[in-house]
Write a protein that binds this ligand. Structure first.
Ligand SMILES: [Zn+2]
Length: 294
């Protein structure tokens, strides 16, 4: 059974195999538009190596308009999956196989329906120096303003598979909030073309660097976006800050008010830094991450 379609552009000249995936989460649209644009622009145009493009890995989730497929498993947490498991486990297995075939890997995301993420590229801080150096170079070339190196021990992700196999890899995040931003699509296309240029797979002059901040945080659990500033109960979230704002530890990030209006809680910044993820969907459930600070 074909779980997702891929477009293979082979130059028939020796060079690296770059894999680019979109739609690991079904409600993240800029990556899908970016991959379509790359299919249009690069077919027959590759100078060396091979490029595999996947416009949507998690097709069932996409058709549901949701982050996950009908089994509610997060594809970015269950890799390497299982060929005999439920739909997400099967897709995870196929995705793992594809990642293992790559010399370089880019996984494109956004905040999806409920979150907005400051444009960033990230990678696990792989103890293998060669793979880590490769990831760093890819992130610099991709050229989004924020670069985030995080705990390599996080399990189940596309990045975990790349890391275990010492494949230089990055993921990217770009806003979200249930829309498809044209700027996001454009910056993602440019980012992918920059990496293709850096790898010598196309002719491309690298643009001036837009990188403003590089944070490498090797502490355990860093990069795990779902656990930051959890909502204390179900309710409506009113944020006091926007994406990219700088905050200090102790600042009131926003409030959650229960739907009966009788209980209000303040969300207090647990650290100093830049807000890189914001829960934009007003309804929050108990335990949902509201703000991520890096
Ligand atoms: Zn995602």
């Amino acid at each position: 059974m074909v779980l997702f379609t891929k477009e293979v552009i082979d130059s028939s000249t020796a060079g690296p195999h770059l894999v680019i995936t979109a739609g690991v989460h079904g409600d993240e649209f800029e990556p899908m538009q970016c991959v379509h644009a790359l299919m249009d622009r690069l077919t027959g145009k590759l100078k060396s190596g091979k490029l595999t493009l996947v416009p949507c890995v998690n097709v069932e989730a996409f058709l549901l308009g949701d982050r996950t497929a009908s089994d509610n498993l997060d594809l970015a947490r269950i890799c390497p999956g299982n060929p005999d498991g439920s739909i997400t486990m099967q897709v995870g297995h196929a995705l793992t196989k594809l990642i293992k075939s790559a010399d370089y890997y880019i996984d494109l995301h956004t905040g999806g329906t409920r979150f907005s993420v400051y444009p960033l590229t990230g990678y696990p801080l792989n103890p293998n120096q060669q793979a880590l150096e490769g990831s760093r170079k890819m992130a610099q070339a991709f050229n989004l303003p924020f670069i985030w190196g995080t705990d390599w021990r996080l399990q189940g992700r596309s990045m975990s598979i790349a890391c275990e196999n010492n494949i230089p890899a990055i993921y990217a995040e770009y806003e979200g909030a249930a829309v498809c931003s044209l700027e996001g699509v454009r910056d993602y296309i440019d980012g992918c073309l920059n990496v293709l240029g850096m790898l010598g797979m196309i002719d491309r002059e690298q643009p001036p660097s837009c990188v403003k901040t590089v944070v490498e945080d090797p502490s355990e659990g860093s990069g795990h976006m779902q656990i930051c500033h959890p909502a204390p109960f179900d309710g409506l979230l009113t944020p006091h800050y926007e994406l990219g704002d700088r905050v200090n530890q102790g600042d009131i990030l926003g409030i959650v008010r229960a739907i009966d209006g009788k209980q209000t809680a303040r969300l207090i910044a647990g650290q100093r830094g830049t807000i890189i993820v914001l829960h934009t969907f007003s309804m929050v459930r108990e335990g949902d991450a509201t703000f991520v600070i890096a």
